[in-house]
Design a binder for this molecule. Structure first.
Ligand code: ZN
Length: 436
C-alpha cells in the first residue's frame, strides 16, 4: 500500500470524499447545463481539471450532441396555492430534461406526467427524457395517492436550447505517454452512489497520483453518461491508441462487497491487476464478465475501440434497492466504504505502475544468493522464508516473458512482495529491464 494512504488517514479521506459529495448533492446535474459546470468548477478546487464545451449539434459517430437543458424552478400547486411538489426541495422531483410549461390542469391530466414507485411508496424515483420532448414530475407513491381532485398549477421554468455539452478532463503526465483512463459519469442530480461517489473517488485518486512518481500518464474524464464518452471518443479517436489500461468508476460508496466487471478483452492486464488486488485484500468480492450494459465501459469496449477498460464498483448499478431513487442519498454512502474503494483503486494503480518485466542476468542455474548477502537482507522479518521463495520465483521466471504480475499469479504470492524482492535483485545486478 502506498505511503500516503495509511490506516491513520483513510478515515479522514473517507470523510473528505463524503463532504465533497455533500456539497455536490444539491446541484441539479444533467447530461448538459449549468449544474454540470457548477459541479466541475467545484472539483476544480481540488484538482486543476479543464472544462471542455462541445457545441449542440456536433455529430459524434451515430449521435448528435443534444440541446442544453437548464432549469431555474419547477413546482406543482394545488387549488389552494400550496406547493405539493417542489423542485427546490429535491431536484429528483423534476423529470430531467423537462420542457418549460405553465398551465392549470386537472388531476387526471397531471397524473399522466407523474412518476412514482408503487413498490417503494416512500421513495422518489429518478427519471429522464433526454431524447423525447416531454415534461414530468417524480414523487413518492404516498404523495401521488394523496392528491385530491381539483385543478393544479404546473410550472416549469426551464430552457432547452442550443448550447454545449460540458465535460471535465484532467491529464496527469507520467514518464510514458501510455495512458491509464479513469472515467466517471457526472450527469445525475441528487444521487450519491450512482454518480457522486465516482466523482469523489476519481478526484481523490487524481490528488493522490499527483504526489507520486508516475510511469504512466493518467487521464481523468468527468463526463455525462453515454453521450459524454461517445463525444470524447469521437473527438479523440487517434488518442485512444495510447490508452493501455482503464477503469470506469461508479457505485463505490455503498456497503456491498467490491465487484469487478472485466473489460471486453476479458483478460487484459487491467483485468488481472484488479482481480489480484481483490484477492490480496482478503475480503469477499465478485468478478463479473463483460456485458454490453452498464456505464461508459459500453462505449470504451465497443468493437471499434475494444479498449482494455473494466469497471470496479461495490454493488453494481441496478442491484441495490436504493438505485435511481431518493434513497441513494448521503446516508446510503459512507466514508469508510469510500475510503476502502479508494484504497483498492490506489492499489491497482500501484500494481500497474510496478508491473515490470525483467531478465535474469545469471540464468544458468541459480545465482549464489548467500554470497551476495541476499539471504540475510530480510533477516529478522517473519516473511523471510516467503521472501526467499519470492526471490527464487522472480529469478526463475524472469526470462523476458513473464511480468511481475505473471510471477505473482503463478507463484500465488502477493504482487507487492514479488515487486519488492525484484527491486532488491535488480539492485544486486541479478535482474535487468526488458521491454516485453
Ligand atoms: Zn444511473
Amino acid at each position: 500500500m502506498s505511503e500516503s494512504l495509511t490506516k491513520s488517514n483513510t478515515g479522514e479521506l473517507g470523510q473528505a470524499m463524503h463532504q465533497l459529495m455533500a456539497e455536490l448533492y444539491p446541484i441539479c446535474r444533467s447530461i448538459t447545463g449549468d449544474g454540470v459546470r457548477e459541479s466541475l468548477r467545484r472539483l476544480q478546487q481540488q484538482i486543476p481539471l479543464t472544462i471542455h464545451e462541445v457545441p449542440t449539434g456536433t455529430q459524434v459517430f451515430d449521435w448528435t450532441v443534444p440541446r442544453e437543458w437548464n432549469v431555474r424552478d419547477a413546482y406543482v400547486k394545488d387549488a389552494n396555492g400550496v406547493k405539493v411538489i417542489d423542485f427546490q426541495q429535491c431536484n429528483l422531483h423534476l423529470v430531467n430534461y423537462s420542457v418549460p410549461i405553465q398551465q392549470k390542469i386537472s388531476l387526471a391530466e397531471l397524473k399522466q406526467h407523474l412518476f412514482s414507485l408503487p413498490e417503494q411508496p416512500t421513495l422518489v424515483p429518478y427519471r429522464t427524457s433526454y431524447y423525447q420532448e416531454n415534461w414530468g414530475f417524480c414523487v413518492s407513491d404516498h404523495l401521488l395517492q394523496s392528491l385530491a381532485e381539483g385543478e393544479y398549477e404546473v410550472y416549469i421554468d426551464s430552457t432547452l436550447a442550443d448550447g454545449h455539452l460540458s465535460y471535465g478532463e484532467y491529464y496527469l503526465p507520467g514518464e510514458s505517454e501510455d495512458e491509464v483512463l479513469i472515467s466517471c459519469h457526472s450527469c445525475h442530480p441528487a444521487l450519491c452512489n450512482d454518480n457522486l461517489s465516482g466523482l469523489a473517488l476519481s478526484t481523490f485518486l487524481a490528488q493522490h497520483l499527483q504526489t507520486e512518481p508516475r510511469r504512466y500518464s493518467y487521464r481523468f474524464l468527468f463526463i455525462p453518461g453515454t453521450i459524454g464518452s461517445i463525444t470524447w471518443l469521437a473527438l479523440h479517436e487517434a488518442q485512444t491508441a495510447k490508452i493501455i489500461h482503464g477503469l470506469v468508476v461508479a457505485c463505490v460508496g455503498d456497503p456491498g462487497q467490491p465487484h469487478y466487471k472485466r473489460s471486453r478483452q476479458g483478460n487484459a492486464e487491467i483485468d488481472r491487476a484488479v482481480i489480484h488486488v481483490l484477492q490480496q485484500a482478503g475480503e469477499p468480492y465478485q468478478v463479473l464478465d463483460f456485458s454490453p450494459y452498464g456505464y461508459d465501459e459500453r462505449q470504451y469496449c465497443s468493437p471499434g475501440f475494444n479498449l482494455p477498460v473494466g469497471s470496479l464498483t461495490r454493488t453494481p448499478h441496478g442491484r441495490f434497492p436504493q438505485y435511481h431513487t431518493s434513497a441513494d442519498n448521503l446516508a446510503f454512502v459512507q466514508p469508510q466504504y469510500l475510503a476502502d474503494s479508494l484504497a483498492l483503486y490506489i492499489a491497482v494503480c500501484d500494481l500497474l505502475e510496478n508491473n515490470y518485466c525483467y531478465l535474469n542476468t545469471n540464468p544458468k542455474c541459480e545465482p549464489q544468493l548467500g554470497r551476495r548477502g541476499l539471504y540475510s537482507v530480510f533477516g529478522g522479518r517473519k516473511e523471510t522464508k516467503t521472501d526467499e521463495l519470492a526471490m527464487l520465483w522472480v529469478l526463475n521466471c524472469s526470462d523476458g516473458h513473464y511480468s511481475l504480475l505473471d510471477i505473482a499469479e503463478r507463484s500465488g504470492l502477493p504482487f507487492a512482495q514479488i515487486s519488492q524482492v525484484a527491486a532488491i535483485l535488480k539492485q544486486h545486478g541479478l535482474l535487468t529491464g526488458c521491454s516485453a
